[in-house]
Design a protein around this ligand. Sequence first.
Ligand SMILES: [Zn+2]
Ligand SMILES: [Zn+2]
Length: 708
Amino acid sequence: MPPVAKVEPITTARALRGPFDYLRPDGVGVGSVLVVPFGHRDVVGVVVALAETSELADDRLVAPRRVLDHDLPPELVELAGWMAAEYCSTPARALSLVSPPPGARAKLAWWATPAATAAAAAASDAGEGEGDKARPLSERQRALLDGLREHGARAAGSDLPALRRLAGRGLVTLERRTVRRYVSHEAVGARRVQPPPLTPDQLRVLGEVELELGRAAPEPLLLHGVTGSGKTEIYLRAAATALDHGRGVIVLVPEIGLTPQIVSRFADRFGDTVAVLHSKLSAGERHDEWSRLRSGAARVCIGPRSAVFAPIELLGLIVLDEEHDASYKHEGDPRYDARHVAARRAQQAGALLLAGSATPRPESVHRLRRVRLRHRVDAQAMPPVQIVDMRETAGALHPDTSHALVDASKSIVLLNRRGWSNFVDCRSCGHAWMCPQCDVALVLHRSRAQLSCHHCGHRERVPARCTQCGSVSVARHGAGTERLEHDLTQIGHEVFRLDADVADAGAVLRRFEQARRGILVGTQMVAKGHDFPDVTLAVVVDADGTLRFPDFRAEERTFALVTQLAGRAGRGPAGGRVLVQTLSPDAPSISAAARHDADGFLEGELMRREALRYPPFSHLIRIVVSAPELAAMREAAQAVRVQLGAIETAQVLGPAPLFRLRGRERAQLVIKAGDRAGAVRAAGAAVDAVAADRRRRGVAYSVDVDPQ
Ligand SMILES: [Zn+2]
Ligand SMILES: [Zn+2]
């Protein structure tokens, strides 16, 4: 083995570019995790390559301090290198994402085994131990020993003192062993260990999936299935096939707290070979689940976007459930998109990428081969959708909506705004309460008696009088989920609220599931893949809410939100209906969603994007420049613009001002490029050149490739 290990220290410093050379200890290879001396301190680093020689002089080549227990599969080291380049980040930051969970170790506990020697057996049968011949065993000691002999070894637990005395007499052996911290899976819905029979639709799709699973280099598939068409059963069957082939499986889901159903279905079907990785686990649980995957004890990993880095070797399948969901985009550095990384990882491993959604993104429809599930498994019709024109209505709910809510025993109401009201001002002088750190209005949260900023978390007390003119007449504009919850209690049913202000989303969903009557009201969280068969009415209160964002994905998001919410209604024998309140009844996304016309929507949207050169017909890169001082920020943003110059096959837009955020003035530049790799390199070089000028201290730059 080559004597030099090239090590990338895991640091966040952008200027520091490794790898650095160290002496390679025995047994260390690509993917090993080491503690190395670095400058005046010790840092953790990952071996990214081995080499025969080093440019360092022999006496400067030092050995690592120690080798850590966990190592990474070499594929993940390669994936991190690719990510660093693809997202204009550093290898160290990309490696920190794929590295073993920090700060936890295996849990050790005392373990007792009955001594197996004949002497011990004979001695104890005679009621005597070896070291303490005179005294017979106490009743308790006898019971412990008999239990151990009958059931075998076990953790000592609170019996440790008694077991120590038995060990002292040579009757029991005590040793330290690793014990696993079990993750409990919440059981949701009926437990079904036996797979249900497939519909002809599902059989056809499964045939296509299995054909790809049998290939050495499978073609990625997009499973476009209407809500309730049984996509999860396809994932389960595909996973079973991959496991039969001796391959591992990753299942990516948007948010594990909101989709416990899929975890429990996988755990029911595949048992202990299923591991979960998500942020709600304790450090110890995460360590143990990661270790089970790394050792091969677990072969299926379920989790949100970061589970794409699960240390599974011989990967055969990556499932991407609800592929349209915005949570797949990571907002830290590197700003990776788990969908894009999953495609790369699948290709690297010769695994099948199976992306599924009822509302796939236009990009995915354009890039992936599509297989369809056009019908619900129970042959139920899609619920009729009625557009409710709100242009003549004051208040949050149309009278028709209120009547429908009174009649329905169970309904779901979506309003994509938290809080009580989204804008507070003074009736006398017009003073509006804004965030002191960000140029946005503060949102009233009445239950907390606070005004809060939804961008930076700033909070202040609700004002009793105007700070400018002293008037006590303060007006509240607009309605959020908190206000709507209050209004809906007038309907007479129990109301359950689900939004980011609720501490335990799972508990709210369980209570709603168990209630005989009720209204579930909340933000887009209520539209995620929940399956409540007794919900007969779904209402979108302000379908234009997502349309008003100045973003080329506004139409796509609105279509997905309305369609996903509609999919929550009428999943049982009682059928269902959907009401969509809107100020723009003719918006293509809303009318297409009302007709359940995904094909029509996708076709129109792709034509629009092609005309405007938006993804998938170009690649976008967004550079945000920020600084505490407006002048410094503007100067730096302009300098980036100059550095970008004229990139071939690309168009550069901006700098355009953004609202002040967390006390920092901001502007953005957007690159629309045909050649992605070239534009990413140009953006990185431009930012590095501008950032290198020390006079621009306090200015920060963020590069977002494929912004969402
Ligand atoms: Zn005032
Ligand atoms: Zn703020």
